[in-house]
Design a protein around this ligand. Structure first.
Ligand SMILES: Nc1nc2c(ncn2[C@@H]2O[C@H](COP(=O)(O)OP(=O)(O)OP(=O)(O)O)[C@@H](O)[C@H]2O)c(=O)[nH]1
Ligand SMILES: [Mg+2]
Length: 192
């Protein structure tokens, strides 16, 4: 839920990177952190296991320019994709203003993508929310890998009515990641 702070003239938005385990959510956030200039980004916080798997969440605050005298703050989060962290995923998703669903393009991840998408929808429903009110876009990630599904197949699995925009991304190289962030930012801001 976007929050207005009239005293400080700030508006804050929360954006969550959702998706199955190892799809590239943390890598996307790290790349954003690496790419953006110092004056825009705050500290990158990652609560992860020794093997770099997200344990609770990653967090990156950004401070963009002003709109009509209000400073725009973004809080970017990633959920832990591993199956066992279902409850943590749900709590990270709470009160989000926008979602970037990071799907893994590898064919062997087909079912996991679909499972994760449905898990996200269920969590939103439990919070009394839906995609009618929360902007969503897709990152079809790992486009550099072998044995990946064509975009049409990913669309059919996750976005069959083509309701949401998507980006083909290679998070380790930063390809498409910033464009996805720009679009979701535009969508959440335009909602207010
Ligand atoms: N080849 C390739 N590897 C990628 C890409 N994006 C991420 N990876 C690799 O995939 C692995 C998992 O990436 P993470 O970003 O940690 O995945 P995650 O979605 O945060 O995983 P969880 O925290 O377990 O949910 C890492 O070894 C990354 O380097 C990509 O676009 N291409
Ligand atoms: Mg992660």
């Amino acid at each position: 839920m976007s929050t207005f702070n009239f005293a400080r003239k700030e508006i804050s938005f929360k954006i969550v990177y959702y998706g199955p385990a190892l799809s590239g959510k943390t890598t996307s956030l790290r790349n954003i952190y690496k790419t953006l200039p110092g004056k825009v980004k705050g500290q990158f916080t990652s609560i992860a296991t020794e093997t770099e798997r997200t344990l609770f969440f990653d967090f990156l605050p950004l401070e963009l320019g002003s709109i009509k005298g209000f400073k725009i703050r973004l809080s970017l989060y990633t959920v832990p994709g591993q199956f066992i962290y279902k409850l943590t995923r749900k709590s990270v998703l709470r009160s989000t203003d926008g979602i970037i669903f990071v799907a893994d393009s590898q064919r062997r991840k087909k079912e996991e993508n679909i499972y994760s998408y449905n898990d996200m929808i269920e969590n939103l429903i439990d919070y009394g929310e839906s995609l009618e009110s929360i902007p969503l876009i897709f990152q079809y990630n790992k486009r550099d890998m072998e044995n990946i599904m064509p975009i049409e197949e990913l669309q059919e699995d996750l976005n069959p009515e083509n309701k949401y925009q998507y980006f083909e991304t290679i998070a380790i190289e930063g390809v498409g990641v910033l464009n996805a962030l720009k679009l979701i930012t535009k969508l959440v801001i335009s909602k207010i």
